[in-house]
Design a protein around this ligand. Structure first.
Ligand code: MBD
Ligand code: FE
Length: 280
C-alpha cells in the first residue's frame, strides 16, 4: 500500500464518531448505581496503581491530558476503543457460545447495506482492483437445522485497505452487501480480496503507536454479521492464511477458527466458510 492510499484520521474518524454519537446510553438506563460505581472505581484504581507503580510524572500526566483531548478532536474514540478494548468485551460476551467463534465489530460497520439475494456480488466499482473471491457457505443452528433466510452482512476494505464511507472518493456502498441465505441456508458471495489495513497514522492513535514503537497494522480481513430469527447475532471477521499480521494484529482480533482456506480458481480464488449460530 502506498502512502497516498493511507486512511486519514480526518476522513475515517469523523464519520466513525458521527455514526456512534447516537444515544447508546439508553441501553444502560436501568443500570444500578452500585454497578456504575464499582466499574468506575475499579478502572480508576487500576490507573492509580499504574501511576504509583511507575512513578508517573507531571509531564507525563499533562501529556496524557493533552493526548486524550486530541483523541476526541480527531474523532478517534471509536478507533481507539475498538482497537485496544473491544476484543475483551467480545470475549466475555460470547464465551458461552457453542457455535461459531466471533470477533470484534470494529469502527466501520454500516447497517442496511444493499440486499443481494442468496447469490451475488457485493457492489463494486468497474474494474475493482484485487483478486476476485467467490465464497460459498451455509448457515446452520447448533441444533443442526439449516437456517433458511439467514442474513449475512459483509463489509470490508478494498485492495488499497480503504473502507467506503470512511475514506473519500469511494462509492457509498462499495464492498458492502447484505445476502439472504436460500431455503437450505446456503449463500454464494462474490467480492475481491481486501488488503491488510493500516490504522490512520496522522491522528491521535497514530501518535500513540509512533511514541510506543508499535505498528499500525491489522491483517487483511472480511467483516460479517450473521443473523437469523431466534438466534444470537454473530459478529466475526475472516482472515487469510500467511498474512504477516495474523500473529500480531494491533486489534488482537484474530482467532484460529476464523482463518480461511482459499483455493486458486480460474478467476481468482474460492473460499468455503460456514456459520453455526447459537439459539438465543
Ligand atoms: C478496522 O478495519 C478494524 O476492523 C478494526 C477492528 C479497527 C480498525 C480498523
Ligand atoms: Fe476492519
Amino acid at each position: 500500500m502506498t502512502a497516498t492510499h493511507s486512511p486519514t484520521a480526518a476522513a475515517s474518524g469523523a464519520n466513525a464518531t458521527e455514526r456512534f454519537k447516537s444515544d447508546k446510553l439508553a441501553g444502560v438506563a436501568g443500570t444500578p448505581k452500585e454497578r456504575v460505581s464499582l466499574l468506575a472505581r475499579e478502572v480508576l484504581e487500576a490507573v492509580h496503581a499504574t501511576i504509583r507503580k511507575h512513578k508517573v510524572t507531571y509531564e507525563e500526566y499533562n501529556a496524557l491530558k493533552s493526548w486524550l483531548i486530541s483523541v476526541g478532536e480527531d474523532g478517534e474514540w471509536p478507533l481507539f476503543l475498538d482497537v485496544w478494548v473491544e476484543h475483551v468485551v467480545e470475549d466475555v460476551a460470547t464465551e458461552h457460545r457453542q457455535g461459531n467463534k466471533g470477533t470484534i465489530e470494529g469502527p466501520y460497520y454500516v447497517p442496511d447495506a444493499p440486499e443481494q439475494g442468496a447469490r451475488g456480488s457485493v457492489p463494486t466499482r468497474d474494474n475493482e482492483p484485487g483478486t476476485p473471491l467467490t465464497w460459498t457457505g451455509q448457515v446452520t443452528s447448533t441444533t443442526g437445522a439449516a437456517l433458511a433466510g439467514a442474513k449475512v452482512e459483509l463489509w470490508h476494505a478494498d485492495a488499497d485497505g480503504l473502507y467506503s464511507q470512511f475514506a473519500p472518493d469511494i462509492p457509498e456502498w462499495n464492498l458492502r452487501g447484505t445476502f439472504t441465505a436460500d431455503d437450505e441456508g446456503r449463500f454464494e458471495i462474490r467480492t475481491v480480496r481486501p488488503a491488510p489495513y493500516q490504522i490512520p497514522t496522522d491522528g491521535a492513535c497514530g501518535k500513540l503507536i509512533a511514541a510506543a514503537g508499535w505498528h499500525a497494522w491489522r491483517p487483511a480481513h472480511l467483516h460479517v454479521k450473521v443473523s437469523a430469527p431466534g438466534h444470537e447475532l454473530l459478529t466475526a471477521q475472516l482472515y487469510f492464511p500467511g498474512d504477516e499480521h495474523n500473529d500480531d494484529d494491533i486489534a488482537s482480533a484474530v482467532k484460529p477458527e476464523l482463518l480461511l482456506d482459499p483455493k486458486p480458481a480460474d478467476n481468482g480464488e474460492t473460499i468455503e466458510y460456514n456459520f453455526v449460530l447459537d439459539p438465543a
